[in-house]
Design a protein around this ligand. Structure first.
Ligand SMILES: Cc1cc2nc3c(=O)[nH]c(=O)nc-3n(C[C@H](O)[C@H](O)[C@H](O)COP(=O)(O)OP(=O)(O)OC[C@H]3O[C@@H](n4cnc5c(N)ncnc54)[C@H](O)[C@@H]3O)c2cc1C
Ligand SMILES: NC(=O)c1ccc[n+]([C@@H]2O[C@H](COP(=O)([O-])OP(=O)(O)OC[C@H]3O[C@@H](n4cnc5c(N)ncnc54)[C@H](O)[C@@H]3O)[C@@H](O)[C@H]2O)c1
Length: 477
């Protein structure tokens, strides 16, 4: 390997061009900083190339397949939908390519320098970059580590192309005939719903008794999964997995006793994640990390080494692009000398299942545990005129407030357009809104927005399209 003799100087170096890295880069450039991003693979990182974007192409296709069943009601005649998987993959690749070019163009327009190579630290002001057969050195004033995470497959599972994780499941070239999904998180649920609609026979195995949503959402989810004939096994631990070139066999334990065995053509496994730091030589810096190796940061994304910041999956906690992007912008602002910080309290959870789920804030159970005097209200999708028109009657929106202060604590929705609806909930919670703040505005009619309005009105027993509760009838006597 040819090693460069002199170290070139850069103001800010960002290692990793995923959503965390490129958001940090563009914000820093906007604030007048000279920025260099070092990326060993593709700009856009996991999210754009293997995660958020490909998974959403699949879930959108699944939603489209589901909606064909409604066409007949509108007098639109089409046959039974058939999925051309090769075309879907080609579409996914086109979307990734287009979005990636968009990120490249934005970086160029903001004069962000992109270096293609693998970076590692020499010391707390110097980075080495492997560029094919060359090794270049760069000094920097500040660096941001944005290298993401990788899935850890338990060593007992063994390797087989039929055993899939988040980073590989959307790279399949065929629709699995029989897919076993092991896990109860957002990723697993999305995999189950998407592949089910695309033609797989799906069984879901939950390691927990239920999903981790509010119990009202869990109940509606249980109903729709049952209606959709997705078989769900609850509270099972994975005991063993064996596989050959055609099948995967899974042994499951419940309370360490009853064993059942499932077999399918493919298995999706929810896995733990580890920080992508092995190639960085962090030991040369003395950056403080958690027991699992995630880099510890404060609310301004500073690590224990003053010249080094870290953002995104590599900092552990919640693994999401939403978080990585926000942290990227905040780190850049801090480096530019602006006051800024990250607060993840009102981080939404979204799942593009069929139907989708979107939640923000506390569940009813969490609010009670935290000692709030809780009042809840829920409005069923079937009571809304636009869900009736569009034949999307499955779903419910639930809102939770503190009865002492009237402050909103949580908004939870399952049903069509849930993810688009949650925006108002996020803003309301972030602005410390009360239910009256959300009852006051004018909501367009007829529209899905009115689902949230009616749920809010329900908190003061004043929803128009909800039957009166017993206590109200008593009062009016
Ligand atoms: C299937 C799936 C679906 C998902 N869906 C969603 C979703 O809907 N919503 C959501 O918010 N999140 C979602 N996520 C999570 C999201 O993708 C990640 O949280 C996000 O990509 C993390 O961003 P990041 O910038 O921290 O890291 P990454 O996106 O992983 O980017 C890190 C980059 O650093 C580069 N790199 C690593 N080491 C080096 C090195 N030494 N030198 C140079 N470059 C290096 C890598 O090549 C990579 O490009 C999903 C993930 C998966 C797998
Ligand atoms: N809709 C989605 O598919 C999706 C996917 C990922 C993240 N998100 C967002 O991430 C946030 C956190 O999600 P969470 O509440 O499930 O908590 P989390 O990020 O802490 O993850 C919980 C579990 O999800 C699994 N997981 C995490 N990252 C994964 C990955 N890259 N590939 C496969 N499995 C992975 C792991 O089993 C993990 O233990 C939420 O805000 C959610 O909106 C959504």
């Amino acid at each position: 390997m040819v090693v460069g003799e002199f170290a070139e100087h850069r103001e800010l170096i960002i290692i990793g061009g995923g959503p965390g890295g490129y958001n940090a880069a563009i914000r820093a450039a906007q604030l007048g900083i000279q920025v260099t991003v070092i990326e060993q693979d593709q700009l856009g990182g996991t999210c754009l190339n293997r995660g958020c974007i490909p998974s959403k192409v699949f879930s959108h296709a699944a939603q489209q397949v589901a909606s064909v069943a409604d066409f007949q009601s509108f007098g639109i005649c089409v046959g039974t939908p058939a999925v051309d998987f090769a075309q879907l993959i080609s579409y996914k690749d086109q979307i990734i390519q287009r979005l990636r070019s968009g990120v490249e163009n934005l970086c160029q327009a903001n004069k962000v320098e992109i270096i293609r190579g693998r970076a590692n630290f020499i010391n707390d002001n110097r980075i080495g970059v492997e560029l094919g057969h060359r090794f270049e050195l760069f000094d920097f004033n500040q660096a941001i580590i944005a290298t993401g995470s990788t899935a850890v497959m338990p060593s007992t599972i063994g390797e087989n192309d039929r055993i899939l994780v988040g980073h590989t499941v959307y790279e399949l070239n065929e629709v699995p005939e029989e897919l076993i999904v092991y896990g109860s998180d957002a990723y697993a649920l999305e995999v189950a719903c998407s592949f089910h609609k695309l033609g797989s026979a799906v069984s879901m195995v939950l390691d927990n008794k239920d999903f981790s949503f509010d119990h009202t959402i869990n109940r509606e989810l249980r109903r729709v999964l049952k209606k959709d004939k997705i078989k769900v096994y609850r509270g099972y631990q994975l005991e063993k997995v064996s596989s050959d070139s055609n099948y995967v066999q899974v042994g499951l334990l419940k309370n360490n006793q009853k064993e059942i065995s499932l077999s399918g053509t493919h298995l999706y496994m929810a896995t733990a994640l580890q920080p992508a730091t092995t190639s960085l030589e962090l030991n040369r810096l003395g950056v403080k990390c958690s027991d699992h190796g995630f880099i510890q940061v404060d609310k301004q994304l500073r690590t224990s080494v003053p010249s080094i910041f870290a953002i995104g999956d590599v900092t552990g906690g919640t693994f999401s692009a939403t978080k990585a992007m926000k942290q990227g912008k905040v780190a850049a602002e801090i480096i530019a000398g602006k006051p800024s910080e990250v607060d993840l309290t009102m981080m939404p959870t979204i799942v593009r299942s069929v139907p989708p789920i979107a939640t923000v804030g506390l569940t009813e159970e969490e609010a009670k545990e935290q000692g709030f005097q809780v009042k809840t209200s829920q409005f069923s999708y079937s009571g809304n005129s636009y869900t009736m028109i569009s034949n999307q009657k499955s779903g419910v929106a639930k809102v939770i407030k503190d009865n002492n202060s009237d402050l909103l604590l949580g908004v939870h929705t399952i049903g069509a357009n849930a993810i688009e609806l949650i925006g108002s909930g996020i803003i309301a919670l972030e602005m410390a809104g009360r239910d009256e703040d959300l009852r006051f505005p004018l909501y367009p009619h007829p529209s899905y927005n009115e689902i949230l309005l009616e749920a809010m009105e329900g908190l003061s027993d004043s929803a128009i399209h909800m039957k009166p509760v017993e206590s109200q009838l008593e009062k009016s006597k």
